[in-house]
Design a protein around this ligand. Structure first.
Ligand SMILES: Cc1cc2nc3c(=O)[nH]c(=O)nc-3n(C[C@H](O)[C@H](O)[C@H](O)COP(=O)(O)O)c2cc1C
Length: 204
């Protein structure tokens, strides 16, 4: 069982926020159900924020990857404005990680490899659903699913051209550790002009 740390000190922060994220994410995996659940905000054509949850599927030194339908509302928003915000909340650890960044589509090979690793049901579902479009009723969805199931029985599965990943390259990442009396620890990493990360403590 993880021994909860309820402080975050400057001296223990990794200078690289992605490494710091890895430390926290690995700890969250030990005690939180679905720690990969992340809220994700985009901006629509009228400048209004739009928020929903997705699953973080991969992360690396470059940033954070999630997968979705490229015709969905979030993807339409990202076509117009690549700016994105994400927030993880891991209640048991009293931790929050807030990310601002710029999203770009990943290489189709990365999407294809990930798509082929998914369950058959998820693959068929991706082919069947016009995500974010109005649909007359559930029957229509189930009919599409049935149609795609039969279609792919005799064909080699492939990733839909309208489905894939986004890489979020972070421009700022904040690590928030809840503390007693709401005297929380907050550290924000921001990219400086020379691309190094600058770390500042924020008031709670
Ligand atoms: C916990 C959770 C995880 C989700 N993960 C994803 C995901 O990884 N990709 C995705 O496209 N939608 C995911 N969804 C559905 C989205 O929240 C959303 O309904 C969908 O992507 C359409 O969003 P949009 O219309 O804003 O584009 C998830 C929903 C929940 C509640």
């Amino acid at each position: 069982m993880l021994e909860f740390k309820n402080t975050l000190n400057r001296s223990e922060l990794n200078l690289d926020p992605m490494k710091q994220f890895k430390t926290w994410f690995e700890e969250a995996k030990q005690c939180i159900l679905n720690p990969e659940t992340v809220s994700l905000a985009t901006i629509d054509a009228l400048g209004r924020p739009a928020l929903r949850h997705v699953f973080l599927k991969q992360y690396s030194d470059e940033g954070f990857i999630f997968y979705t339908n490229y015709h969905s509302n979030k993807s339409k928003n990202l076509e117009l404005n690549q700016q994105i915000a994400m927030s993880f909340f891991w209640s048991k650890l009293e931790r929050q990680v807030n990310i601002q960044g710029v999203a770009e589509k990943v290489n189709p090979k990365i999407s294809n490899d990930y798509f082929l690793s998914r369950s058959r049901g998820s693959q068929i579902s991706a082919w069947s659903s016009h995500q974010s479009c109005v649909i007359s009723d559930r029957k229509k969805l189930e009919k599409n699913y049935q149609f795609e199931s039969e279609k792919w029985q005799s064909k080699k599965m492939m990733c839909p051209p309208f489905w894939g990943g986004y890489l979020v390259r972070p421009t700022a990442i904040e690590f928030w550790q809840g503390r007693e009396h709401r005297l929380h620890d907050r550290f924000i990493y921001k990219r400086s002009k020379n691309l190094a990360w600058e770390i500042s403590r924020l008031s709670p």
